[in-house]
Write a protein that binds this ligand. Structure first.
Ligand code: GLN
Length: 475
């Protein structure tokens, strides 16, 4: 029996009944990597630490290349961090190790998580397992492709504006961004600190609940971590949406929405109604400003977070061939010029501009105000609804290179995912259909803060009544 295609819960059953061992599962996954990785290129590095199979949940996991793991090289897919060895385990890594998780390797991403396609990585792109000419989405594209191609049983990614959900949607898997504060970011290399969250990418909704059980919880080393009790998320997996009220924002049918994605959303609404949920049209009037707001707030925070990469403390240190100003300034400039790729430079410049005196009020402060309006819209809808449904992305996976010369069109692929980050609420992407060309379509559900259980319940019910999650790419 092949073990690599199995979900984590199916593997755990196989371990329990003695049908398979954790070592066999790991070796099977390694064999799969050998077979398909030359085509997919999901990983940037194999884990150096040798696997330990003695823990309770020895599931082979892929980690995004921005999660600090002790004695491992962690680079955020950036030249500037090449050679950086993490001296410690981040909060989620400690939890994964404590659960017995077997770290397979580090997955590709956009450089510093800046992107929606995995094309800004200094290692080159990852390829979508469903169509190798297409992007896997981003920024956690390597994590999503690894799971979709069965090169890992599950994976962790990070989501600042959609980076877990959009690649999950493009690769036909489940991806959840938990509530801000639910999962520790201690040891996550920061992109935009008021938006970043770590979350699971899995083959089905049950695995998402299981991985949430492992990673959720308070961590005093992350000042934004919230000390709220963590439920057993698997208890939310009931096949029942009767009596629930699901909001469908009229803004979801925005310009640029692919007709096939729209049709999948409409079919999902019909199914949820048939299963007993009430579907109600709602409005989020400020969401048309979400992308603009995000690109002020996120770049401002990124420019500040990236200031620490100066050649002194981490990774790359570069000296100019000829002295220019003074030795220290020359070294800073050379390191940053050579270390950062074009998208990172673009964001540092945009963010520094938005924060500069004279423009701070006009951009950053105004952005923060609009952020509040977007959050207020969502709060208003949640007074009456248990969840909100939208597409995850306006389109299916696009071709490699299709949007690289037009950053704005790339940024627009996040219109549905960004509001949840701005408001700090949880959101999930689940498989919701396929295009005629055979590419996966994702559905997004957003919920109230700390109500991941509601998202899991609706997602599980939808999944139990559809078969999208059972399809596999032919590789
Ligand atoms: N695609 C978005 C961006 O480029 C979101 C990235 C993310 O969530 N890390 O910023």
């Amino acid at each position: 029996m092949s073990l690599y295609p199995l979900t984590a819960h199916a593997l755990l059953d196989a371990f329990k009944s003695g049908k398979a061992s954790a070592k066999e599962a790991y070796e099977d996954v390694l064999g799969r990597i050998k077979a398909v990785e030359p085509k997919v290129k999901a990983y940037v590095r194999q884990a150096k630490t040798s696997p330990d199979f003695s823990g309770g949940l020895p599931i082979p996991i892929a980690l995004k290349d921005n999660l600090c793991t002790k004695q491992e090289e962690i680079t955020c897919a950036s030249r500037i961090l090449k050679g950086f060895i993490s001296p410690y385990d981040g909060g989620v890594i400690e939890r994964v190790k404590k659960s017995g998780g077997v770290i397979v390797g580090f997955a590709n991403q956009d450089e510093f998580a800046f992107g929606s396609s995995c094309e800004t990585s200094c290692y080159g792109p990852t390829f979508n397992p469903w169509d190798l000419q297409c992007v896997p989405g981003g920024s956690s594209g390597g994590s999503a492709a690894a799971v979709a191609a069965d090169e890992a049983v599950w994976a962790l990614g990070s989501d600042t504006g959609g980076s877990i959900r959009q690649p999950a949607s493009f690769c036909g898997i489940v991806g959840m961004k938990p509530t801000y504060g639910r999962v520790s970011r201690y040891g996550l290399i920061a992109f935009a600190s008021s938006l970043d969250q770590i979350g699971p990418l899995t083959k089905d909704v049950r695995d998402c609940a299981l991985l949430m059980n492992i990673i959720a919880g308070y961590d005093e080393r992350d000042s934004t971590s919230v000390n709220e009790p963590v439920p057993d998320y698997t208890k939310a997996l009931v096949n029942d949406v009767r009596g629930l009220k699901i909001g469908i924002p009229k803004e979801a049918f925005a310009e640029g929405l692919d007709p096939e994605v729209r049709a999948s959303l409409e079919a999902a609404l019909a199914l949820l109604k048939k299963l007993g949920a009430a579907v109600k049209e709602v409005t989020l009037p400020h969401t048309p400003y979400a992308v603009a707001t995000y690109y002020i707030v996120a770049t401002a925070e990124a420019s500040s977070n990236l200031a620490r990469f100066d050649g002194v403390r981490y990774g790359l240190r570069a000296q100019p061939v000829k002295a220019r100003k003074n030795a220290l300034v020359d070294m800073y400039e050379e390191t940053r010029s050579r270390g950062f790729g074009p998208e990172a430079k673009r964001r540092i410049m945009l963010g520094t501009y938005a924060l500069s005196s004279g423009y701070y009020d006009a951009y950053y402060l105004r952005g923060q105000k609009v952020r509040t309006l977007i959050k207020n819209d969502l709060d208003e809808v949640f007074k009456d609804c248990d969840a909100i449904i939208t597409p995850t992305s306006p389109t299916v996976a696009f071709k490699i290179g299709e949007k690289t010369s037009d950053p704005l069109s790339m940024y627009l692929s996040d219109i549905y995912t960004i509001p949840a980050n701005l408001a700090g609420i949880p959101a999930i992407s689940i498989p919701g259909g396929f295009s005629k060309s055979g590419l996966p379509i994702g559905l997004q559900l957003m919920g109230k803060a700390f109500d991941e259980e509601m998202l899991l319940r609706i997602s599980y019910t939808y999944e139990q009544n559809t078969e999208w999650h059972t399809r596999k790419p032919k590789l």
